[in-house]
Design a protein around this ligand. Structure first.
Ligand code: DQQ
Length: 522
């Protein structure tokens, strides 16, 4: 990082230059974590997309290798789009991805097909060279599906009959749909009559992900595992609103049906992985540590013009371990992978701090633009919480209307990160307990409103309501800060919020940490 490049990060993956988007083909193989990613080698904006490739032994330090897949065949000549990795046998990883091609060389109309690539040398733990198979494209859009909306194959899994299954994202009219395909040999795929799942009016489903989670623990499961102790998660990235929505449900592998566990949730309705910036995410099973890990694309909040000047765009979110929330059994929990703890150069612990009403307290001795902060607030008394006078159906709006500077009863209270000494720059992560029509709720917000003196960046606030059981003793926050990214995990990973910020003064060791309380009742 230089003074010209204050927004490059340290422990988040980013290519040395140019545009990146979705994580692709994640896997653990022969001692290395492999991250492929949508990458434009030619500039800092989206364009002719290849699969960039990086490897790591700890998901903290990455080594960038040569591009793994580039548009060099008629069926992917306009771009090698998102796809996934599957182990067809222990030492046989296979990639399936979307090729963006032309209907014919004379017609300028671009469509999507699916293609397969296999390692040139599966003995190479770095899997540096990939061969596109002769059978490509292995799938074209079926009748009734728009070939411009047919993409992003999932990791495949084995069903009850021993055959492979995979899902491809699409839409039918305005309904988002996860098309289901079956195969015996991984090259010849047949569409099942019914999709795995579909939800009316949710629009195009990009980057679907479908995986099992254990009902009784945090351990991850390989993608084909099913049984009485297992429940499934289906996620889709909604092209209409650029958010990743998931639902937990039961997968019947005899009939290939998927039924949401809680009828009030569905894909596109209800739960999101993250209430800030986080899109086109993908999980994989880490066989080395028996966990399931989630990566997601975090784009910039600055303009394309700025990206071109700085020469790069986008980060990957810090990898998260993901497992079923044992309390609800219909939502998941996410937490930064434990490897991050090895980066802690120093660890300070403070306790018994009383946050007076209307106070801001500097956490002395904790400076810098790279932090991993965990805070636990004693549960405030909710007796005095006020009725929320903002539009409670729109949380993003509620968070920006409340804002950190709002004076409430129970909150806002929380953290100021990347704050300049004069507090002119600050990113606030806060709780605010309110009474809405539906009862007590706690808002958790990330307020970027004062994150930068530069006004040429998007400072939208993000947030969510969080249900806090009455027997919970505290409100908990964990916030990771890495120069231009702030990732918050509230209440042990129930709610996550990622934001991008571009401070001008609060950089490097000029960035400070504060605790604040604007509520009068805390
Ligand atoms: N990005 C890819 C597509 C995918 C979209 C193209 C999601 O395959 O649907 O770069 O961000």
């Amino acid at each position: 990082r230089t003074s010209e490049q204050p927004y490059r990060t340290g422990f988040h993956f980013q290519p040395t230059k140019n545009w990146m988007n979705d994580p692709n083909g994640l896997m653990y193989y022969k001692g290395y974590y492999h991250l492929f990613y949508q990458w434009n080698p030619y500039g800092a904006v989206w364009g002719t997309i290849t699969w960039g490739h990086a490897v790591s032994t700890d998901m903290l330090q990455w080594h960038i290798l040569d591009v793994a897949l580039a548009p060099d065949q008629w069926y992917d000549i306009n771009g090698c789009w998102t796809g996934s990795a599957t182990f067809v046998a222990a030492n046989r990883p296979v990639l399936i991805y979307t090729g963006w091609t032309n209907i014919s060389s004379s017609v300028e109309h671009k469509i999507q097909v699916q293609a397969v690539a296999v390692p040139h040398d599966s003995e190479d733990p770095l899997l540096q060279k990939w061969i596109k198979v002769n059978d490509n494209p292995i799938l074209v859009a079926p009748i009734g599906i728009d070939p411009t909306e047919f993409r992003d194959p999932t990791t495949a899994w084995i069903g009850a009959d021993g055959k492979w299954r995979m899902v491809v994202g699409s839409k039918r009219k305005e309904d988002g749909v996860a098309l289901l395909y079956r195969s015996s040999d991984f090259l010849h795929w047949h569409k099942a009559e019914d999709p795995l799942h579909s939800v009316v009016d949710t629009g195009m489903w990009e980057c679907p992900d479908f995986y099992p989670v254990s009902i009784g623990g945090q351990n991850g499961l390989d993608t084909s595992v099913n049984g009485p102790d297992v429940i499934h998660v289906l996620k889709a990235s909604l092209a209409n609103d650029k958010h990743d929505y998931y639902v937990v449900g039961t997968y019947n592998s005899d009939y290939d049906t998927f039924t949401p566990a809680d009828s009030s949730h569905n894909v596109g309705i209800g739960l999101r992985y993250d209430y800030g910036k986080f899109y086109a995410s993908k999980t994989f099973y880490d066989s080395a540590k028996g966990r399931r890990i989630l990566f997601g694309w975090v784009n910039e909040s600055s303009s394309a013009k700025n990206d071109i000047v700085k020469g790069w765009s986008s980060l990957q979110g810090f990898p998260r371990k993901i497992w079923l929330n044992g309390e609800t059994k219909s939502s998941i929990l996410q937490w930064p992978i434990q490897e991050i703890e090895t980066l802690r150069r120093r660890s300070d612990s403070l306790s018994g701090i009383f946050l007076e009403a209307n106070s801001v307290t500097r956490v002395t001795g904790v400076e810098g633009a790279q932090l991993d902060v965990e805070v636990e607030f004693d549960m405030p008394s909710l007796n005095e919480a006020e009725i929320l006078e903002v539009d409670s159906s729109n949380v993003q709006l509620a968070c920006s209307q409340v804002g950190k500077s709002h004076k409430g009863a129970v909150g806002p209270f929380g953290l100021l990160v990347l704050a300049s000494e004069d507090l002119k720059e600050q990113t606030a992560v806060f709780f605010y307990a309110v009474l809405t029509g539906g009862g007590w709720k706690t808002l958790i917000c990330s307020d970027q409103g004062r994150s930068s003196l530069n006004n040429d960046v998007d400072k939208t606030s993000y947030g969510s309501y969080m249900s806090v059981p009455s027997n919970d003793k505290s409100l908990r926050l964990r916030t990771l800060v890495d120069h231009s990214i702030v990732e918050t995990f509230a209440q042990g990973g129930e709610i996550c919020i990622t934001s991008r910020v571009y401070p001008v003064k609060a950089v490097n060791n000029q960035a400070h940490l504060y605790l604040f309380n604007n509520g009068v009742q805390y």
